[in-house]
Design a protein around this ligand. Structure first.
Ligand SMILES: [Zn+2]
Length: 164
């Protein structure tokens, strides 16, 4: 591990309440390991009975997702991503759950997001296909044991209990 500011090799040093943390002796500063932040979006129609799932370029059926840009709030990322990827407008968002996804070193924040009715205009660079699914169809469409399935289960539970 190297310092992201000066490039020198980091040592591990005890940090109160944190344990051993990478430390740069040149900068005299702890360097907490960086990670990315992304939003995972369970997009629902205005009637709250259908979920929009996307088929990504790798062939997997997933919830819509996108990285949070530096300086953005998660809510701003959601509005931007929904507009860019589907051409729809966000009505309301609700935070549901989070999970760290190790292969991509990213903290995923999952939200239920209701959108205005209208024709979806997909961005072909990000999504090859998207379709509206009933709650049960959506649960059957994502890979079981995946992060998408974990979030979708939590989202559908909230929606079925009317907690949105
Ligand atoms: Zn340094």
């Amino acid at each position: 591990m190297f310092c992201q500011e000066c490039g020198n090799k980091l040592i591990l040093k005890f940090c109160e309440n944190e344990g051993l943390v990478p430390y740069c002796e040149t900068c005299g500063t702890f360097r907490f390991p960086p990670f990315k932040t992304a939003v995972s979006m369970c997009v629902v129609n205005r009637a709250l009975d259908k979920i929009l799932l996307a088929k990504h370029t790798n062939g997997e059926t997933l919830l819509l997702a996108g990285y949070v840009k530096k300086g953005e709030s998660a809510e701003k990322t959601i509005a931007r991503e929904i507009r860019e990827e589907t051409g729809l407008n966000v009505i309301k968002t609700k935070y549901v759950a989070s999970r760290y996804h190790e292969p991509r070193n990213v903290l995923m924040l999952n939200f239920i997001v209701s959108v205005s009715d209208g024709e979806t205009r997909l961005n072909p660079e990000e999504i090859t296909e998207a379709a509206w699914y009933s709650f049960d169809e959506a649960l059957g469409a994502v890979t079981s044991d995946s992060t998408a399935a974990y979030f979708l289960n939590a989202d559908v539970t909230e929606l079925k209990k009317g907690r949105f």
